[in-house]
Design a binder for this molecule. Structure first.
Ligand code: SF4
Length: 145
């Protein structure tokens, strides 16, 4: 297996961001008010899964906050949820699942058919990066750091 070049990662990151932007322009009514209920995995029983490209974007977002590793957290909440501010540390770079999944307060999960084309693009980028499909958020990030 050959090593991926930085340019591969850079172009994957741009493509993923374009997908997030496109999602934001879809006329699907949702209203994330940063309540962060969905970031408490033990409470919701659900955890977001990330493709490799999404993990690259999330990791880059986390590094931009000055962190060199995934913060530790043992209460079952997302490690990217800030302990003091209770805000997502990478909100603008948060994964696709955090934008579309299970938050009832924001209007509930998107129907798969509303975003299936975008999911296919995420999967395509994952294959191009020799990822292994979507992985649990902390696993996916630990494999990058
Ligand atoms: S990445 Fe951010 S929005 Fe997603 S679960 Fe973690 S803290 Fe919440």
């Amino acid at each position: 297996m050959h090593r991926r070049k930085h340019s591969d990662f850079d172009s994957a990151i741009s493509e993923i961001k374009a997908i997030y932007e496109e999602l934001g322009h879809r006329p699907i009514e949702r209203n994330c008010t940063l309540k962060t209920e969905c970031c408490h995995f033990l409470l919701t029983g659900k955890t977001p899964f990330l493709t490799k490209g999404e993990a690259l974007v999330a990791a880059k977002g986390l590094r931009a906050t000055g962190r060199k590793e995934l913060p530790s957290r043992a209460d079952g909440a997302c490690k990217l949820l800030h302990r003091v501010t209770a805000r997502c540390m990478i909100y603008n770079n948060r994964p696709f699942a955090c934008r579309t999944h299970f938050c009832e307060a924001a209007g509930g999960p998107y129907a798969r058919k509303e975003v299936i084309d975008l999911i296919h693009r995420l999967e395509e980028i994952d294959r191009a990066l020799e990822g292994n499909g979507a992985r649990e958020i902390h696993d996916a990030l630990e494999s990058i750091f």
